[in-house]
Design a protein around this ligand. Structure first.
Ligand code: HSE
Length: 438
């Protein structure tokens, strides 16, 4: 029997995910070698501080603070440090040295992906990042490989567990956003500074990656319209529930065709109403899911844990074995294809339905005035429901109107809402939320 080749694996970062990756590399070394055709030898773990206590017991001699030297001598580099620098420089150095790189760094990929992809192409090595989107869920490889003979038309993803947990808490308990966030922090889902999650930035980085792979065109963070969940109120959730919807923070990437046949991709993150029977509505707690529509495959859904040390390590190890197999077999390394050249569309060009809640005077002609504005802007109403309230003190009646529109351009919908706000019979616009899946 010929002796098995050994490939040196450098690990950069030893947080939650890195520690589990190191543990699995050591504990499952024989199984990984059998699947890869080479032994994967963990040659070192670069950390900032040698004295930090880790969740996992690992051989002390593996630790070093000298990431540069570790990278120079590696066949495969796993980057799990996060942040832009020094991760970016170390990845570029690894790629130019001919090492394959596995990373979970969505912020870096969304900000400077093209530089990394180009360096990987130039060096003929693999850059993989399954762990960057939706943790344990195998989603990038299915998009890149399994669906490469199809045409994806739309991706809807719940790709941030923290915000899904918060919205689910609000939906199931009636809590306000601040209380649900406090609960998420108490349980360790949300960070002390929850900005990246609750403002949608984390989901936007993942949306850029999903759009790039789905539409074979490079999209960066600046191409993603991003709205978080901080303005979603308990009243919005209750009204949505009453109307048969659930509110989710969705990362959306979809191909749109204008009246002249021109194609573009709308990439956006925002709170979205989904009918309660939509498959994504069943995604509870901190779980993630990605729903894909493709021309030939039809509808597909991928579901699982979007974060956590061991689940995310599963995605990292999958990439590592795949890259190592390619090194063993030889031949060109696979990168993402960017033959699409479809432009990113501004948010005004997005096509969606709206849910609009209105507090209006209860008097003759109000509905006619509102309907007139919708008609003038070319927006068709799909559902309109009215509930009458009487103020106990003043005895004045008002009406709560809930309108769901058909799909129309964001520009037409925004103009409609602005015009409705100007009507003298409107007491207030109580909510304006986008709707998908109707
Ligand atoms: N903070 C993310 C989430 C996990 O809540 O899903 C890492 O991307």
């Amino acid at each position: 029997m010929t002796e098995m080749r050994t490939l040196k694996v450098a690990l950069l970062g030893c947080g939650n995910v890195g520690a589990q990756v190191a543990r699995i590399l050591i504990e499952d070394a024989d199984a990984l070698a059998a699947r890869t055709g080479a032994r994967l030898e963990l040659s070192g773990i670069a950390v900032r501080n040698l004295g930090t206590k880790r969740d996992v017991e690992l051989p002390q001699e593996l630790f070093t603070t000298d990431a540069e030297t570790l990278v120079k001598d590696a066949d495969l580099v796993i980057e799990l440090m996060g942040g832009i620098e020094p991760a970016r420089t170390l990845i570029l150095s690894a790629l130019s040295n001919g090492a394959c790189v596995v990373t979970g760094n969505k912020a870096l990929l969304a900000q400077d992906g093209p530089t990394l992809y180009e360096e990987a192409d130039k060096a003929g090595v693999q850059l993989s990042y399954e762990a960057a989107v939706a943790g344990a869920i195998p989603i990038l490889r299915p998009i890149r490989d399994s669906l490469s003979g199809d045409r994806i038309t739309r991706v809807l993803g719940i790709v941030n567990g923290t915000t899904n947990f918060i919205l689910d808490q609000m939906d199931s308990t009636g809590a306000q956003f601040a209380d649900a966030l406090a609960e998420a922090q108490r349980l360790g889902y949300a960070e002390a500074d929850p900005t990246a999650d609750v403002e949608g930035h984390d989901a936007a980085a993942k949306a850029a990656i999903l759009a790039t792979l789905s539409f074979h065109t490079r999209f960066a963070l600046e191409n993603v319209h991003c709205e978080g969940i901080t303005k979603v109120s308990a009243a919005d959730i209750a009204a949505a529930k009453d109307a048969g919807f659930v509110i989710k923070l969705l990362a959306i990437a979809e191909k749109l065709t204008d009246a002249d046949g021109g194609e573009g991709i709308s990439v956006r993150v925002h709170p979205t109403l989904l009918p309660r029977e939509h498959p994504l509505a069943a995604v509870r707690g901190a779980f993630n899911a990605v729903f894909i529509e493709a021309e030939n495959a039809g509808e597909l859904m991928f579901y699982g844990q979007g974060a956590g040390g061991t689940p995310t390590a599963s995605a990292v190890l999958g990439d590592l074995v795949s890259a190592a197999r390619r090194l063993v077999l030889g031949g060109p390394q696979r990168t993402e294809t960017t033959t699409g050249h479809v432009p990113a569309l501004p948010i005004d060009a997005a096509v969606t339905s709206y849910y609009i809640g209105l507090d209006v005077a209860d008097q003759p002609g109000v509905l006619a005035k509102i309907a007139q504005i919708f008609a003038e802007n070319g927006v068709s109403i799909e559902i309109m429901r009215q509930t009458i309230h009487r103020d106990a003190e003043s005895n004045v009646e008002s009406a709560e109107l809930r309108i769901v529109t058909h799909r129309a351009s964001e520009a037409a919908l925004a103009a409609t809402v602005e015009a409705v706000k100007g009507l003298d019979v409107i007491n207030s616009v109580t909510s304006v939320l986008r709707v998908e899946g109707v």
